[in-house]
Design a protein around this ligand. Structure first.
Ligand SMILES: [Zn+2]
Length: 237
């Protein structure tokens, strides 16, 4: 679908996704990327199949200890079940009426999992620098939000205390390390200080596992508010 996707989730994240060990917020952003990225979709199906086989091996040895007469589980059937899940999810979600976000002058079609998140209703807030933000609460470990950067906007320089994952849904943004376009999966952690900016405008979905620390100018004053907002967002889950 998007042959030009340049940035993908790291293998550890896909393994966590396949094994179901990630937070719901992280699952949603990975699942949205996978919907648009054939390469990661294929990798994930293999990892899921592997995880199933591992799991079955562990249950098989337990069952064999209990009772030899229990027949071996049908591996191929279960693996096929798992790899067919994306299609099943798609069918369910096709009924969802919200699948687009209306931006200033055009509509953006959302990945199905995010359409579902957005269907609960988004409340947009204006932040400094031409940024609009709509927070959504998916769990108590992450802060998730849709971010719209107007053309020519810039986020204040900031650092992360944890990990920030940003999935580009429309348009593009860039920082010191590169330019990110539709379906790119951008990870920033403690070691990065960055200042994202968007020339043409950009709609993103971001998942943050701890609050940002702004490092420059007036934006530093935002910190107590951000911390409060983060606490509030996490206590609502
Ligand atoms: Zn990918």
């Amino acid at each position: 679908m998007n042959a030009q996707v340049k940035f993908h989730p790291a293998e550890e994240l896909l393994i966590g996704f396949a094994n179901g060990t990630l937070s719901p917020g992280m699952n949603v952003v990975i699942s949205a990327h996978i919907e648009q990225c054939a390469m990661c979709r294929e990798k994930t199906s293999k990892l899921e199949a592997q995880a199933t086989v591992e799991w079955l091996k562990s249950t098989e040895s337990v069952e064999t200890d209990k009772d030899d007469s229990i027949s071996a589980p049908n591996f191929s059937h279960l693996v096929a079940d798992i790899t067919s899940q994306p299609q099943q999810r798609e069918r369910v979600l096709e009924d969802d009426s919200v699948s687009e976000i209306h931006m200033l002058d055009h509509s953006v079609k959302l990945p199905k999992v995010l359409a579902k998140v957005a269907s609960k209703g988004l409340v947009w807030k204006k932040l400094a620098g031409g940024i609009n933000q709509a927070s959504v609460t998916l769990d108590d470990q992450t802060q998730c939000e849709f971010l719209y950067m107007k053309p020519g906007s810039q986020v204040p320089v900031h650092k992360h205390q944890g990990t920030e994952v940003t999935l580009v849904l429309d348009g593009s943004f860039s920082d010191e390390m590169g330019k990110y376009e539709k379906s790119d999966f951008v990870v920033r952690d403690k070691s990065h200080t960055h200042q994202p900016a968007s020339e043409e405008g950009c709609l993103c979905f971001a998942v943050l596992d701890s609050p940002l620390t702004f490092t420059s100018g007036l934006a530093r004053l935002l910190n107590p508010f951000l911390r409060y907002r983060f606490k509030r967002a996490t206590s609502m889950g």
